[in-house]
Design a protein. Sequence first.
Length: 141
Amino acid sequence: MTRVDFYAGSSDAARTVFSLAQKAVRAGHRVWILTRDAAHTAEIDARLWADPPGGFLPHCPPGHALAGRTPVLVGHDPDAVPHEEILINLRDDTPACFSRFDRLLEVVGKEPASVQAARDRFRFYRDRGYPLQSHDLKSRT
């Protein structure tokens, strides 16, 4: 069963994603970052190239020729499931494919709409019996 972790109170979602993805890659896992749309994919892609300085994470889109050998994939098509290890969800909805993954990481910003959407997703997972963990990032920012 998929383990679901919520990382709530992030003041910089892209930085939180970088940190989570870097930790997973160092532990030998593959990561798929599911974004909202093409513009959001481009934003996360750019941040993974340059932020933090000197902290590049190898990444590409799921359909890229090197996707099979790249530890971090970034895309917005929920039907393009590239592997089944770790999914970082940056969308406000529950991805239909989430249960195929070993772990689902939900990154939640401080904006009221983001918090409310995360609460809805939390209830969705909880009501279906998924193991949940919450991590408060407010005290770390």
